[in-house]
Design a protein around this ligand. Structure first.
Ligand code: SAH
Ligand code: SF4
Ligand code: F3S
Length: 486
């Protein structure tokens, strides 16, 4: 790593740093804390940081780790970028519009920094793993203080020590890949009652449209004992709901010293005292085992919800996508899941306009939607990602054709989701209360185990509690309910 030039003090700090993790990062937290404390004293107030997350649950969890480190360094949290002394964007690059959003907001950050030159700006996450993005930042966005990637977020304290000592430099630290997992760093959870827990990092699937394997690196699993210890700590801290996170949770454990399956891990997680709800995401259909279906069906604290991205209903397109299942295999899998768990909620991701997609292929997708009847579906317009095999395919579908298919798909998906959601009307089901309703403060908002949203009369004292609620009326994609006697 390049060290600070102007600060002899800074050399000394690095020379004294322990080599072992996470001790090294705790050492840098202390060092950065001293610098921030000095600055706070000069300013006569505590400096604030604002961490903005783009992208998926994986990034949201990473942001909790970033916030944990920054809070330990001595920053106060704020949601307002205008109030912040330090702004960090945790970026996503799964579709091109994710990148455009970040560039757009960088223009705004530049204007903030012109007004307040002491403002520090950091960029991290998936988009930073793309070499052309970093080149562009180096060339046209020199006002950014710190750029790092997905593989070294654990190192934020060390990078902060470097940035705080050299505020004029642009510090860039991007790793191509890593097999390293650093445990036991601070985390600042967004919710007191639910939490994501990483079980694995990276992806080996290389679906032909997808940039994630290039920006998140090869698949690696956390040790089960580390996962279970974290979940026990969370449960002891009052967390009721755990979401196990991985790009493809069904291939968990393959690369461990003592290999184990995801189903085995899930069974162990479900035995942890105090965890009332367990979710997980994402499941790749090609790896979803009958063992997993059995474990799900036989443990009441595993939520009856599966996110099972289909991507396309056409076996020909699925092959081009390198998904490694056919339409028939997918439908057969859904049949097995529904047979074991008739009430289960199924959700999915669908891409429209993959290169070479014909109207007939698209009709196959609509057919899957009709047959599966998803509780909800995320629909995406295919986005060409540089470096992926699909980006080089010649038969890209014209924009107007894609847009038309997208609209037709969205209408159908939404109609079915509305019908599906209504199937629990009149029942009494448990709701984990998440917040006071934003529009009507006499209501609280929470979720059923199957992930459907419910609003019902209540107050803030219910937040984090699981309460039985009578589902009076389905209003499209959510329920209005009333508290039931427990
Ligand atoms: N690992 C997860 C999530 C990956 S990203 C999984 O395999 O399901 C979330 C979703 O983004 C994907 O399921 C896919 O539907 C969508 N997606 C990924 N790359 C895309 C692209 N190039 N264009 C449009 N949608 C894309
Ligand atoms: Fe992307 Fe496929 Fe990996 Fe999901 S499984 S992250 S869609 S490559
Ligand atoms: Fe985006 Fe990275 Fe997630 S590209 S979808 S934030 S893994």
């Amino acid at each position: 790593m390049e060290k600070g030039k102007d600060e002899p003090e800074f050399d000394r700090i690095f020379q004294n740093a322990p080599a072992k993790e996470p001790e090294r990062q705790y050492y840098f937290i202390e060092q950065a804390k001293k610098i921030v404390a000095k600055q706070n004293k000069a300013l006569g107030r505590r400096q604030k940081m604002c961490c903005v997350t783009f992208g998926c649950q994986m990034n949201a969890r990473d942001s909790e780790k970033l916030r944990g480190i920054l809070e330990n360094i001595g920053f106060e949290k704020t949601e307002e970028e205008e109030d912040a002394d330090f702004i960090i964007y945790n970026t996503c690059t799964v579709r091109e519009n994710a990148n455009q959003k970040v560039y757009g907001r960088l223009g705004y950050l530049h204007s903030l920094k012109k007004k307040r030159p002491s403002l520090m700006i950091a960029l991290c996450g998936c988009m930073m793993q793309e070499p052309e993005v970093v080149e562009k930042l180096k060339k046209s966005y020199r006002f950014v203080n710190l750029v790092f990637g997905t593989h070294n977020i654990y190192k934020l304290a060390e990078l902060m020590a470097q940035v705080l000592a050299n505020p004029q430099d642009m510090v860039i630290d991007i790793w191509k890949d890593t097999d390293r997992i650093v445990e036991n760093l601070p985390v600042d959870r967004k919710y007191s009652f639910k939490s994501g827990v990483n079980i694995m990092f990276g992806c080996n699937n290389f679906c032909s449209y997808c940039i994630v394997p290039y920006v998140r690196g090869r698949e690696r699993s956390r040790k089960p004992e580390e996962i279970l210890a974290e979940i026990r700590r969370l449960a002891a801290d009052g967390v009721r709901e755990i979401m196990l996170l991985g790009q493809n949770v069904n291939s968990y454990g393959k690369n461990l010293e003592h290999p184990m399956t995801f189903a085995e891990l899930l069974e162990q997680v479900s035995a942890v005292e105090g965890v009332d709800r367990i979710r997980f995401m994402t499941s790749h259909p090609k790896d979803l085992s009958d063992e997993l279906i059995r474990v799900m069906a036989s443990h009441p604290n595993i939520c009856p919800h599966l996110h099972l991205p289909v991507q396309s209903g056409s076996s020909r397109i699925l092959k081009e996508m390198n998904r490694r299942y056919t339409k028939e295999q997918y439908l057969a899998l859904v049949g097995r899941i529904r047979k074991a768990m008739p009430d289960i909620s199924l959700t999915t991701d669908i891409i429209v306009g993959f290169p070479g997609e014909t109207e007939e292929d698209f009709q196959e997708t609509l057919d899957v939607v009709e047959k599966v009847r998803y509780d909800s579906a995320f629909t995406f317009i295919y986005s060409r990602r540089t470096g992926t095999p699909a980006a080089a395919m010649e038969n890209q579908v014209p924009e107007n054709v894609v847009k038309d298919r997208f609209d037709r798909l969205l209408n159908r998906v939404q109609d079915i989701a509305r019908e599906q959601s209504a199937r629990f009307e009149g029942r009494t089901m448990d709701v984990l209360v998440e917040s006071v309703n934003e529009q009507d403060s006499s209501l609280v908002t929470g979720r059923l185990a199957n992930n459907l949203v419910v609003h019902f009369p209540g107050d803030a004292s219910l937040i984090g509690k699981i309460v039985p609620v009578h589902l009076d009326r389905c209003q499209g994609f959510y329920y209005l309910g009333s508290p039931a006697a427990s």
